[in-house]
Ligand binder design. Structure first.
Ligand code: DX5
Ligand code: ZN
Length: 226
């Protein structure tokens, strides 16, 4: 049986570009989004520091939008499962940060969340294709992780196409997600490459109407779906 793709492309606004002093309100501004993307950075795996578990615990109570936690941290074996226990919908960690990603994925799932694997732009996907059957999402980074507002790197779409084909062939069952530099111009080519879920930070929150930005991105992705 092949994996049933989401009927409509999913949009996950990234609160990295939101007002950190008003996160509950910023979540309300994107009501109707499929997931709310939460970038956790530890100033070790990436050269930036954002937020951690206490903020996620509060956000779970403040919004009905499922939280898509993207952990850009070292030692996910130790730190990832508590995000699942806190009620995150997805807990995604980096392939580059783990020497036993299968064990981490199993711990995340056992703690009640979906498990996601993320790869940086320069990381090949081939070494991970076998283990992707242990995951619910693949998060393809289309910028170097660490900061919002960077330019989209189109070369990473080759990785998305490889995984899209395996999902369509029934060999994998997961959501292919992309993160970094997604806006009204770049989302077309990502949609054509078969992406199911689009993270967008600055293109949503650096606008006067974040809710309208989400709807507009979803509409463009729908009409360019590959
Ligand atoms: C970057 C983060 C992204 C970031 C995307 O490390 O993982 O989620 O918020 O921001 P934009 O959409 O502005 O590139
Ligand atoms: Zn992210």
């Amino acid at each position: 049986m092949t994996f049933t793709r989401p009927a409509v492309p999913m949009i996950a606004p990234s609160i990295l570009s939101a007002d950190f002093a008003n996160l509950a309100e910023e979540a309300r501004a994107v009501a109707g989004s499929d997931w709310l993307h939460v970038d956790v950075m530890d100033a070790h795996f990436v050269p930036n520091l954002t937020l951690g578990l206490p903020v996620v615990q509060s956000l779970v109570k403040a919004t009905d939008i499922p939280l898509d936690c993207h952990l850009m941290i070292e030692d996910p074996a130790r730190w990832a499962p508590p995000y699942a226990e806190a009620g995150a919908h997805n807990v995604t960690f980096h392939a580059e940060a783990s020497d036993d990603p299968i064990a981490v994925a199993r711990d995340i799932r056992a703690a009640g969340a979906k498990a996601g694997l993320s790869v940086k732009p320069g990381t090949p996907i081939e070494p991970y294709l076998e283990i992707l059957r242990e995951f619910d999402t693949l998060l393809v980074m289309s910028v170097e992780p660490g900061f919002g507002g960077q330019s989209f790197i189109p070369e990473v779409l080759a990785k998305a196409r490889v995984v899209r084909n395996l999902v369509d062939a029934g060999e994998l069952r997961l959501i292919v997600e992309i993160d970094g530099g997604i806006n009204a111009d770049t989302i077309e080519q990502a949609a054509e490459a078969g992406i199911d879920c689009f993270v967008a930070g600055s293109a949503v929150y650096n606008t006067a109407d974040p809710g309208a930005a989400v709807r507009s991105l979803r509409s463009i992705a729908t009409s360019h779906r590959g």
